[in-house]
Write a protein of this length. Sequence first.
Length: 228
Amino acid sequence: TTLTLHAIANAQAAGGIAAFIDAEHALDPEYAKALGVDIDALLVSQPDTGEQALEIADMLIRSGSIDLVVIDSVAALVPRAEIEGEMGDSHVGLQARLMSQALRKLTGGLSQTNTTMIFINQLREKIGVFFGSPETTAGGKALKFYASVRLDIRRIETLKEGTDAVGNRTRVKVVKNKMAPPFKQAEFDILYGTGISREGSLIDFGVEHEIVRKSGAWYTYDGDQLGR
């Protein structure tokens, strides 16, 4: 979500119009503002069902007036039949079928209107897997197939000031890329309340190009200690 909010802020800064389809009903306007999002200019929808969310996305895309559409998240796109059914009813494959149908429809509109669409998804663990990765994503295989770019985002370390957690060290790996060579990766700091740390990224860049020296947990530049 943090990455998509940064993407929205940059799209707006470039004069674009962005939409956020909040299927999780969890968008924090104050956090979005802290990341540079113009909340007043952001189109926000909080749909009740997966069908409604995807129909709204399709309508926005086909209007030709939107530059970026974000859906948060695939796991929260619950089919209408599941919401209206009883607890314990079996709805095997409903969400995967919904996603497959929707993506066949959305792909043409995205191409014709030159709109970017970002789906946020979560990793799940398959039960009873003994060989290969047990990790999978919600919504079936269609999204993996239709996506031009897929990013695997993981927290690799908790950042602390003393004993207080202040953020996460995050690794992003490009696991699919139709537009450039895949499997590149990047690491950066996400600080609670403020998003991706610009200063942290500058220090990482300095270390990578041997402008800043790292010794243990300490960083130095031109003999001066920058911190840890």
